[in-house]
Design a protein around this ligand. Structure first.
Ligand code: HEM
Length: 248
């Protein structure tokens, strides 16, 4: 069958899409995930310590932003929704237990359980950042060896939570035959219906990005060797050569 030509001046109708994640949440997510990745990769090396510490502070700052946005931001970004989902855990456990006793094992993997698991992973990610950065601060300021152990414990706990989180996103995407990661990048899902997010709040997202960049620039000029070894204040051409002093 041949497609009929559109009348001149008529654009083809775009496939319907619904806005479900706003720009500040997406920028927060990207910066939070990248800061974690960078901090984890630089954790063992003395040479990269300034960058590691800066990324740790960045995560703490991003957490503060997310908590404030979750308290005072628009309804769709409220952290109260996350807490309400988690508060439903006892009721879910009770009903699932009854279903399992009646031989309905599929209740274990049904959608309410999947959503609960995802919310629990997200809450764990957010909650681990405070003890992680506080113990990191204590370690950096030599408050005692015990803080180093505590910091390492929380670093590994956060890595485990990230692996569970990413595993859930991948696993549930396969199960539901739907790319669940895409809305965290594009902000939208395909399909008709009302937008969950009325305004994208791009200005606030830009402000958050600029604040993180400004903090990074400030930390860079504070650090005697800069944040990236070989790229100190004098630039790469003047950087002092030196071996990696990994402390492991
Ligand atoms: C490939 C990597 C990742 C993908 C595809 C991904 C994807 C997602 C998705 C789809 C959500 C929404 C979950 C929901 O429906 O409730 C989400 C939320 C979240 N993710 Fe990730 N994520 C990734 C890595 C990370 C990392 C490394 C971290 C932290 C270190 C992280 C922290 C979070 C947090 C805190 C939220 C809640 C966001 C909010 O509501 O403000 N993610 N992620």
């Amino acid at each position: 069958m041949t497609a009929l030509p559109l009348p001149t001046g008529t654009a083809p109708a775009a496939a319907p899409r619904r806005r479900v994640v706003d720009a500040p949440t997406r920028v927060f997510h990207a910066l939070f995930a990248l800061s974690f990745l960078g901090a984890y990769l630089t954790a063992e090396s003395e040479r990269w310590r300034a960058l590691h510490v800066t990324l740790g502070y960045t995560m703490a700052g991003l957490l503060a932003f997310r908590l404030l946005y979750g308290l005072f931001g628009p309804r769709h970004a409220r952290l109260g929704a996350l807490l309400r989902k988690l508060a439903g855990a006892p009721a879910w456990l009770r009903s699932t237990w009854q279903a399992v006793q009646a031989g309905q094992w599929q209740a274990l993997t049904a959608r309410p359980g999947q959503n609960l698991l995802m919310s629990a992973a997200v809450a764990t990610l957010l909650m681990l950042v405070l003890p992680l950065t506080l113990s990191g601060y204590a370690t950096y300021n030599d408050w005692g060896d015990v803080f180093e152990e505590v910091h390492e414990f929380f670093g590994n706990a956060l890595l485990a939570a990230v692996l569970v989180h990413v595993g859930l996103v991948l696993g549930l995407s396969l199960l539901r035959r739907q790319n669940l990661a895409a809305p965290m990048l594009s902000g939208a899902v395909a399909g008709p219906g009302p937008d969950l997010v009325k305004k994208p709040h791009r200005g606030l997202a830009l402000l958050l990005m600029l604040a993180v960049l400004a903090f990074g620039a400030w930390r860079w000029q504070l650090a005697p060797q800069g944040l990236v070894p070989g790229w100190g204040a004098a630039g790469p051409a003047f950087a002092q050569p030196g071996g990696d002093e990994d402390d492991d």
